[in-house]
Design a protein around this ligand. Structure first.
Ligand code: ATP
Ligand code: MG
Length: 239
C-alpha cells in the first residue's frame, strides 16, 4: 500500500501477508506511523490497496460492508445526536424500521453497560462511555468482523483494563472475529489469541506471537509468569 505524495509516493505497507481465522482475536502492535490504521482501513474496504488483495471469505474486499464493524482511533460520535441516536444511525441509513432500530440500539447499549444513558448527549459522557457508544454502533449490523483502532488509547489505565474485560465479554457473547490495533503490549497479550508485530514503515509482519493461554482471562492473568514471558517476546520483537 502506497499513498501518493507531492514528491513521489509513500510506501506504507509492503510484503505484508497474514490470515485471520473465524472467531479469532488478533491484536496488531507496531511503531507509531508504521501503517496500522492504514491496514485496518484496507481490511474494512475504506481504502483499496495499490497492489495485493484483501479477502473476506474468499471474496475481494472492495468497499465497506455491513459484515464489518469499525471503531476508529479518533472519537467520531455526533454531538447533536443522543447516545441512542448515534448507535441507531447506521440502521437509519439502512432504512431499518424505527421500532426495530430502537430495539436493537437499546439491546446493544445494554450489552456495553450504558442502559440509562440512551437520551444523554456525547458531551455528557466520560471518555470510556463515549468509546462504549462507538463500540455499540460498530456492532449494530451484527458484523462478523470487528476492527478496532486503538479503541482505548485515550483512556486512563484503570478504565482501560475494565474496557478490555468488557470487550472480552462481548467477544465471547457475540462470537466475533476481532482485529484490534493497540499500542499496549500487555493489553494485546491479555486480549489476543495471536499478536502480530509490525515492522517500521513500510510495515510487514516482524513477528507473530501466539497466546496459547486459557480463557476466560481475568486480571489475575497479568501476574501469571506465562503472561510476562509472552509480553517480553512481543516487546523484543518490537525492538
Ligand atoms: N490518507 C493518507 N494520505 C497520505 N498519507 C497517509 C494517509 N494516511 C496515512 N498516511 C501516512 O501513512 C503512514 C502510516 O499512517 P497510519 O495512520 O496508518 O499509521 P499508524 O501506524 O496507525 O500510526 P499511529 O500509531 O500513530 O496511529 C504515515 O506516514 C502517514 O503519514
Ligand atoms: Mg493509527
Amino acid at each position: 500500500m502506497a499513498y501518493p505524495q507531492s514528491d513521489g509516493r509513500l510506501e506504507v505497507l509492503a510484503g505484508l501477508t497474514f490470515e485471520v481465522a473465524d472467531g479469532e482475536f488478533v491484536c496488531v502492535v507496531g511503531p507509531s506511523g508504521c501503517g496500522k490504521t492504514t491496514l485496518l482501513r484496507l481490511l474494512a474496504g475504506l481504502e483499496r490497496p495499490t497492489a495485493g488483495r484483501v479477502l473476506l471469505d474468499g471474496a475481494e474486499v472492495d468497499r465497506p460492508r455491513r459484515t464489518v464493524g469499525f471503531v476508529f482511533q479518533e472519537p467520531t460520535l455526533m454531538g447533536w445526536r443522543t447516545v441512542e441516536e448515534n448507535v441507531s444511525l447506521p440502521l437509519e441509513v439502512a432504512r431499518v424500521p424505527k421500532g426495530e432500530a430502537r430495539r436493537r440500539s437499546r439491546e446493544l447499549l445494554d450489552l456495553v453497560g450504558l442502559s440509562g444513558f440512551e437520551t444523554a448527549y456525547p458531551a455528557e459522557l466520560s471518555g470510556g462511555m463515549a468509546q462504549r457508544v462507538a463500540l455499540a454502533r460498530a456492532l449494530v449490523h451484527d458484523p462478523r468482523l470487528l476492527l478496532l483502532d486503538e479503541p482505548f488509547g485515550a483512556l486512563d489505565a484503570l478504565t482501560r483494563e475494565r474496557m478490555a474485560q468488557e470487550l472480552l465479554r462481548i467477544w465471547r457473547a457475540r462470537r466475533k472475529t476481532v482485529v484490534m490495533v493497540t499500542h499496549s503490549v500487555s493489553e494485546a497479550v491479555f486480549l489476543a489469541d495471536r499478536v502480530l508485530v509490525l515492522s517500521p514503515r513500510p510495515a510487514s509482519i516482524a513477528a507473530e506471537v501466539r497466546v496459547d493461554l486459557p480463557r476466560p482471562r481475568t486480571p489475575a492473568f497479568f501476574d501469571d509468569p506465562a503472561f510476562g514471558a509472552l509480553a517480553r517476546a512481543v516487546r523484543a520483537a518490537i525492538g
